[in-house]
Design a protein around this ligand. Structure first.
Ligand code: NAD
Length: 469
């Protein structure tokens, strides 16, 4: 007897839906479907149809669909697959930390509870300001956190009532397609309108530009480097730009040095330093610099002391003002092996004491190579931390027991995230209080984005009634 699997049923239902959409004039997704379309126009048009159908869903429905996204992403086999497939496809990061990042995105990204209504009532009646969807959001995602950003953005954008078209980094196409298909299948099973989350078969800069310019895309959210942030900010549309960072970690003489050393190694080696929030340079006040390095070595740091080796490493991983892509997110042991150093097992971070004007400090490396700059005193450390951050207003870390010093640096550096006495990832809700995000909007000021940022304010005024005060 022939048996029919749930997968067969799903495929037949998908074919029927596609045929019905095609008859109704809506674009069909490519074979295999589930939100992946051959052209950007088709992806946007389908998302727009989904958004219009979504308007008829209740807030309870939205909450259910958000829960579906969490549940799909949190299946243990899915967490494992996303992490492995991403490392394999992008050649960046490590599996264990990617699992932690995806789990945090799925668990701690706010949902519909983020949408808070304001109300005024009085003799003249009742006025509310509610946050309401934009429609179709175009979201550009980075190669460094491909699935984390899709999970995080999809939860926030759908919670706010939008549909979303993703334009992923071309080097993370396969894993992003896999995730978008899984999410759409889960949403379809839960009765959501089809194509709330779409993308294109072949992500490219041309397709991203087509998305940016598409008339049905009402809002743009770019998570990436300066090029894409500039592209969305000059689009003439409502845009959120979440751009590059170069987070300094300042350690003063009052800090708990043993803890600071472990926190810095943990933060700077997390997913091989891919997060834009990860410590990218350390400024150590002279009195504690040796002890700090000594303690870091106990936690998996390897210190390069030889000037010729440091120079060889710089030649390998820095090209002018940029990190060499081939080395971004690679394991510390592989980076060391490439310059002829056989590092002990368990090495997860390369440290090197360098002058402040060294390229390791200036360039956003995004690899487990952490420069340490010795500074005379706290004042010099603060000055240099501000310069090293490049005015990105992204993330800074400080280890200190001096409340006044912590306050002073936080005020001077003006970063969106300021972590005190912890690893950098505490700033995105991993081991620190507060919700999680993978889209940290420094340039446009939304900060750690969530559903409320993917929505617009609308005022409803009822004159002369419903005031019971
Ligand atoms: P990237 O800028 O190379 O790519 C990001 C995305 O933008 C990709 O999808 C890419 O295809 C697209 N893109 C880039 N330039 C474009 C252009 N001119 N026109 C159209 N599309 C373009 O960055 P990446 O290497 O994927 O990610 C790392 C960068 O992103 C780092 O600078 C990091 O700090 C930053 N980042 C920031 C955040 C944040 O929340 N602020 C989060 C993650 C990564």
């Amino acid at each position: 007897m022939t048996t029919i699997s749930p997968e067969d049923v799903r495929r037949v239902v998908a074919q029927v839906v596609q045929a019905t959409l095609a008859q109704a004039g809506a674009p069909a997704s490519d074979p295999g479907g589930d939100g992946v379309f051959a052209s950007m126009d088709a992806a946007v048009t389908a998302a727009d149809a989904a958004y219009r159908a979504y308007l008829d869903c209740s807030l309870k429905d939205r909450a259910r669909f958000v829960q579906v996204i969490r549940d799909v992403a949190l299946k243990p086999e899915h967490l494992e697959h996303m992490a492995r497939a991403t490392v394999e496809e992008t050649g960046m990061g490590n599996v264990a930390d990617k699992i932690a990042k995806n789990r945090a995105a799925a668990s701690f990204t706010p949902g519909t509870e983020d949408l808070i209504t304001q109300a005024w009532s009085g003799d003249d009646g009742l006025t509310t300001v509610e946050i309401s969807p934009y429609g179709v959001v175009g979201a550009i995602t980075p190669t460094t956190n491909p699935t984390e950003t899709v999970i995080n953005n999809a939860i926030g954008m759908l919670a706010a009532g939008n549909a979303v078209v993703f334009s992923p980094h071309p080097r993370a196409t396969k894993v992003t397609h896999w995730l978008i298909r899984e999410l759409n299948r889960g949403l379809a099973d839960a009765g959501a309108p089809p194509n709330l989350i779409t993308t294109v078969t072949e992500p490219s800069i041309e397709n991203t530009n087509a998305m940016i310019g598409h008339k049905l895309v009402r809002m743009l959210v770019a998570t990436g480097g300066p090029g894409i942030v500039k592209a969305v900010l000059t689009s003439g549309k409502k845009a959120i730009g979440a751009g590059a960072g170069n987070p300094p970690a300042l350690v003063d003489t009052t800090a708990d040095i043993v803890k600071a050393a472990k926190d810095i190694v943990d933060g700077a080696s997390f997913d091989n330093n891919l997060p834009c929030t990860a410590e990218k340079e350390v400024l150590a006040v002279a009195g504690i610099a040796d002890l700090l390095k000594f303690e870091m070595l106990k936690h998996g740091a390897y210190e390069l002391r030889d000037a010729a080796l440091i120079a060889r490493l710089a030649d390998l991983v820095v090209d002018g003002r940029h990190a060499v892509t081939d080395w971004v997110g690679k394991d510390a042991t592989a980076i060391l092996a490439a310059i002829g150093v056989d590092a002990p097992a368990g090495t997860r971070l390369v440290i090197a004491e360098v002058p402040f004007d060294h390229p390791f400090v200036r360039v956003e490396l995004m690899m487990p190579v952490l420069p340490i700059v010795r500074v005379r005193d706290l004042a010099e450390g603060m000055d240099k931390a501000v310069i090293a951050e490049h005015g990105n207003r992204h993330t800074a870390i400080m280890h200190s027991a001096d409340v006044n010093a912590l306050t002073k640096l936080a005020k001077r550096i003006q970063t969106t995230i300021f972590v005190k006495n912890g690893p950098s990832y505490a700033g995105i809700g991993i081991g620190g209080e507060g919700y999680c995000t993978f889209t940290i909007a420094g340039p446009t000021g939304e900060g750690l984005t969530s559903a409320k940022n993917f929505a617009r304010s609308r005022r409803c005024v009822l004159v002369g009634g419903l005031n019971v005060r």
